[in-house]
Design a protein around this ligand. Structure first.
Ligand SMILES: CC(C)(COP(=O)(O)OP(=O)(O)OC[C@H]1O[C@@H](n2cnc3c(N)ncnc32)[C@H](O)[C@@H]1OP(=O)(O)O)[C@@H](O)C(=O)NCCC(=O)NCCS
Length: 166
């Protein structure tokens, strides 16, 4: 996928280990998220997220990337193409910088992402949020995602699986 076509409002690029400090500083401000989804962000958890893959997927379908306004990182996304099936894209993680939150920026990015994924050939987007996280639940409902009825228990928290046709 050519991520540069996702939006013309931000510079979008894959993130790597040289970006860890910047990613960490964005994540650490989002304390509510980590209350529901421990452990707290650290260099190790960011490296883990950069490399994490669902079953039977390889790195060719993994996009861990950032949205930059000028040189500032304003959002991070982890996207897996064609998971759990060929027509579905899976958002593993999406977070905006607290300095830009509640201004419609996150939902606009998701709209642009869904349009981009539709033109790329996908029919739906799937994701999960931690049960009880009011911010995540409100945000994904606002973006048109609905619960699939599937949830799973990680031991530390329960994940609600949601999906949207695009
Ligand atoms: C969820 C998140 C991506 C939204 O980004 P954003 O740029 O603020 O998005 P928007 O401004 O488009 O929408 C935010 C919505 O969440 C609502 N919201 C914010 N904090 C909330 C809270 N504590 N409880 C309930 N709703 C909340 C806002 O009121 C707004 O909804 P509204 O427009 O209906 O009023 C951002 O808050 C974030 O990064 N949170 C931490 C990570 C996370 O939870 N990611 C999603 C799960 S992977």
């Amino acid at each position: 996928m050519d991520l540069s076509k996702l939006t013309n409002r931000y510079h979008v690029r894959l993130l790597d280990r040289t970006d860890i400090e910047t990613i960490l500083s964005l994540c650490r401000k989002n304390s509510l998220y980590y209350q529901f989804c421990p452990p707290a962000a650290s260099e190790q958890t960011i490296i883990h997220d950069m490399e994490a893959l669902p079953p039977n997927k390889d790195l060719s379908d993994k996009y861990y990337f950032g949205f930059f306004e000028d040189d500032s990182l304003i959002a991070v996304m982890d996207l897996i193409a064609a998971f759990p099936d060929e027509k579905t894209a899976f958002i593993g993680f999406f977070m905006t910088d607290t300095s830009v939150q509640n201004r419609g920026i996150g939902s606009k990015i998701i709209e642009e992402l869904c349009s981009f994924l539709r033109t790329t050939g996908f029919s739906r987007v799937r994701l999960g949020w931690v049960k009880g996280n009011p911010q995540a639940q409100h945000f994904w409902h606002k973006c048109g995602f609905a619960e699939t009825g599937v949830s799973y228990d990680t031991g530390a928290y329960t994940v609600i699986v949601a999906q949207r046709a695009i």
